[in-house]
Ligand binder design. Structure first.
Ligand SMILES: C[S@@+](CC[C@H](N)C(=O)[O-])C[C@H]1O[C@@H](n2cnc3c(N)ncnc32)[C@H](O)[C@@H]1O
Length: 448
């Protein structure tokens, strides 16, 4: 009987009955090793909230009209879009491009991305780093339209010689600053110009020379500082950063102004004998670059990125005073000081307006009490628009109660309003963490 009972128990539970609590821990160990148990946070790390909701999205907004015209061109001529990503890393550039949405997608549309399976012919990523290429292959290796190859873009012909021409020659997130020597940047543009058959768009993504993050390094004699010693310390929080100080990675990266980029493009155009025409320059991450929080290169920098990350973090309430920006001017840089001081005034006015709206909104009456003063007509249009938008958002959602309307609706919308303001005020001069140039090469004279 005892034997029969034992067998019945085994029938029901099999080997599980034999497992000790320690044995069962292997399930958790496995889960942790898979990476899927990682405590991801939008407050820190490479893919923090500013990266996802500001930098990726803003780049997409600026690239959208150019990609749209390229796709129209492909459709008109009955061929599929071909993209070359130079310094593709783990394929972040592909994800950036694949996430560009159609401008006119309304609330009902579910197919919103511009690069559809039907239009994509080939995305080819080239990088020197085998580990990053492996990472890209692990994610996208099954897709026959995506290929990842080892290549050095400072020897451009090696990357493009074997391939048919591309429609888009692309770099992202500071990759063009890996040209420490301008000659290699000029040569790359020349080689692209000779490789392309008829028409293409080129995106050059540099580090901005005049970012407030590295104000200590600013110099009026540009020859004094061409490449900066860029320390990759920002991926850690403050405590870990200091613990790892001696083992942090350093990169030598070219800092670029609009003036210098223009000179490189002009020289490449002259040498190639083909017009390489700038279509757009934009400053990405002005006052919210990663080194604002580290203060590695500006003793006056404030942790603005941390404050904006908090605005976009679910269920977290932000102290809005942490968003107040105090620009400390650098003597001898009037043009740049004027720009930053104007930005500071507009930014802080919007932050104070948001704080005021939250203070005077009466949740029971669903009205502002006392009533709001009108926004001065003298304010810049982008600021006026965002102040009005925030008024509508607080009035429309401030009484909702459930779902934490301040943390989960109003604060992220304040983030988007600040993003809109900064994008409207940027001048594409190199005042952001990134300076992005969109260029076109047209051999038959037709422009996009
Ligand atoms: C700032 S990371 C950007 C990576 C990726 N494009 C992104 O947006 O996240 C720069 C990339 O350029 C690659 N790189 C640097 N110098 C290179 C070279 N001479 N040839 C090819 N790739 C290079 C690095 O390995 C790295 O993946």
């Amino acid at each position: 009987m005892e034997q029969a009972e034992k067998e019945t128990t085994l029938d029901h539970h099999g080997q599980d009955e034999e497992l000790t609590p320690e044995d069962q821990m292997s399930a958790y160990t496995e889960a942790v090793k898979s990476g899927l148990y990682a405590k991801r946070s939008g407050l820190v790390g490479k893919y923090d909230n500013v990266r996802r909701y500001w930098e990726d999205e803003v780049t997409r907004i600026f690239l959208r009209p150019h990609l749209s015209k390229l796709i129209d061109r492909c459709r008109a001529n009955m061929y599929r879009l071909r993209i070359l990503d130079l310094g593709c890393g783990g394929a972040d550039g592909y994800e950036l491009l694949a996430g560009i949405r159609q401008r006119d997608a309304d609330l009902r549309t579910t197919e919103v991305t511009m690069i559809t399976d039907e239009i994509l012919g080939l995305y080819k990523g080239v990088d020197l780093n085998e580990d990053l290429l492996d990472q890209a292959r692990q994610i996208y290796g099954d897709n026959p339209k995506l290929s990842f190859e080892v290549g050095d873009f400072t020897k451009p012909l090696d990357c493009i010689r074997e391939s048919k021409p591309f429609d888009l020659y692309f770099t992202s997130f500071g990759t063009f600053s890996h040209h420490n020597d301008d000659e290699t940047a000029v040569q790359l543009l020349c080689d692209i110009a000779s490789h392309v058959e008829d028409y293409c768009v080129v995106v050059c993504d540099w580090l901005g020379r005049w970012s407030y993050e590295w104000q200590d390094l600013w110099t009026n004699n540009l020859a004094d500082l061409r490449n900066m010693d860029y320390v990759v310390s920002y991926i850690y929080d403050e405590e870990e950063r200091e613990l790892r100080r001696d083992s942090l990675e350093h990169l030598l990266l070219r800092v670029m102004s609009r003036q210098e980029a223009d000179a490189i493009i002009k020289e490449a155009s002259r040498r190639a004998g083909v017009e390489i025409r700038p279509l757009n320059f934009f400053d990405r991450s002005v006052i919210t670059g990663r080194h604002m929080d580290t203060r590695e290169y500006n003793r006056h920098a404030q942790p603005m990125r941390m404050a904006v990350n908090s605005l976009h973090e679910t269920n977290i309430r932000t102290d809005l005073s942490s968003l107040t920006f105090n620009y400390v001017p650098k003597p001898g840089f009037d043009f740049i000081n004027d720009y930053y001081e104007h930005l500071q005034m507009c930014w802080n006015t919007l932050v104070e307006h948001a704080a005021h709206l939250l203070t005077v909104f009466d949740e029971e009456k669903r009205e502002f009490d006392p009533e709001l003063e009108p926004v001065p007509a003298s304010y810049p249009p982008a600021l006026r628009d965002m102040m009005e938008r925030l008024r509508l958002i607080v009035r429309g959602t401030g009484w909702l109660g459930y779902g934490l309307p301040r943390e989960n609706i109003i604060e992220p919308q304040l983030g988007y309003a600040l993003r809109y303001l900064v994008c409207n005020l940027q001048r594409g001069q190199g005042c952001g963490h990134g300076l992005v140039s969109v260029l076109e090469i047209s051999k038959n004279g037709t422009s996009s």
